[in-house]
Design a protein around this ligand. Structure first.
Ligand SMILES: Cc1cc2nc3c(=O)[nH]c(=O)nc-3n(C[C@H](O)[C@H](O)[C@H](O)COP(=O)(O)OP(=O)(O)OC[C@H]3O[C@@H](n4cnc5c(N)ncnc54)[C@H](O)[C@@H]3O)c2cc1C
Length: 287
């Protein structure tokens, strides 16, 4: 199948793109970035925009900058491949470049990673996408530009559900900002039937200060979900490595919200197992 007819324009700047989104009448105007999700949706006629605004070549959206406070700002049109290929992170906060490289390198196939963008992935909000849970775990902030100016939303509050986000009409994701504090230990696991496919379960665990681990679960069918383990919870688990692994698994299974795959014992087992493995990798510092 081929897309329904639409007109196409390439924006030269973010301001131009925001202005182009200011729709008149019945017009359905959409942004296109890498086209890796929008392309198939157009071809299947699941969406029928009348106009597409291409933001993929806006230079300012393709930049990765280290900020004065040590944080890192990643433009919305930075591709997964650019993050996979990050040079050894001399200026990045400790651990951050490693997490970004690892997660980006596990998304789909290289051809898709060369086109697909971090902003497109967030805006599309497929529950099985890798960036929503990863960026929430990393404590990122999502920058939006729209007709009323710019605003920021914490990544943990950005995805609201299945293909649903905090983006308001006329807004564009302009960047992702990551905090400057270093990462002590981390773990990332996902379960796919076949390498390169969307995952059935995924989890990212980040430890910054030795007091608390936060594990964010993706592929939940809705927004990413957080489970925290503080020092007291970990001390209560204790014991040998084998006991600790089993204890973490039990803790996560008990903390798994009822809303995740209700009535599907296999899926719930998978989510708990994958999350426990991400936590255990973090604790063992094996990543
Ligand atoms: C076969 C296949 C396998 C995949 N596997 C994975 C996987 O394992 N993990 C994973 O995370 N992803 C996966 N993806 C998704 C892919 O990685 C892209 O991230 C995703 O398609 C969206 O990025 P894009 O830049 O291509 O967005 P587009 O397809 O261009 O746009 C997607 C949607 O977001 C909107 N949009 C795009 N950019 C912006 C912006 N800056 N601001 C506001 N709205 C915007 C568009 O209007 C559209 O509605 C897979 C895709 C395919 C085709």
């Amino acid at each position: 199948m081929k897309p329904a007819p639409f007109s196409y324009e390439r924006a030269a700047s973010l301001e131009e793109a925001v202005a182009a989104l200011a729709v008149a009448g019945d017009e359905d105007v959409r942004v296109i970035a890498g086209g890796q999700s929008l392309g198939p949706m157009l071809n299947l006629r699941m969406v029928r925009p009348t106009r597409l605004v291409d933001i993929h070549r806006i230079e300012a959206l393709r930049a990765i900058d280290v900020l004065a406070d040590g944080g890192v700002r990643i433009g919305a049109c930075v591709t997964h491949a650019m993050l996979e290929d990050l040079p050894s992170g001399d200026r990045f906060p400790p651990g951050l470049a490693e997490v970004l490289r690892h997660v980006a390198g596990g998304i789909a196939y290289r051809a898709i990673r060369c086109r697909g963008t971090i902003g497109g992935s967030l805006a599309h909000a497929d529950p099985a996408a890798d960036w929503p849970s990863t960026l929430a775990a990393l404590g990122a902030t999502i920058e939006l530009a729209g007709p009323s100016g710019r605003r920021s939303v914490p990544a943990g509050a950005f995805c609201l559900g299945l293909f649903e986000t905090a983006i308001e009409p006329g807004e564009i994701v302009s960047a992702v900002v990551l905090p400057g504090s270093g990462i002590r230990r981390w773990g990332h696991r996902k379960h796919c039937r076949k390498a390169g496919e969307f995952a059935h379960a995924m989890a990212v665990c980040i430890e910054r200060d030795g007091e608390r681990l936060e594990v964010w679960l993706g592929s939940t069918g809705g927004a990413p979900v957080a489970i925290a383990l503080d020092r007291a919870a970990l001390a209560a688990i204790g014991g040998s490595e084998a006991q600790q692994r089993a204890g973490v698994r039990e803790y996560i299974a008990a903390a798994l919200p009822d809303a995740i795959s209700p009535g599907d014992a296999y899926a719930r087992h998978l989510h708990a197992q994958v999350a426990a493995e991400a936590v255990n990798d973090t604790l063992a510092n094996r990543t």
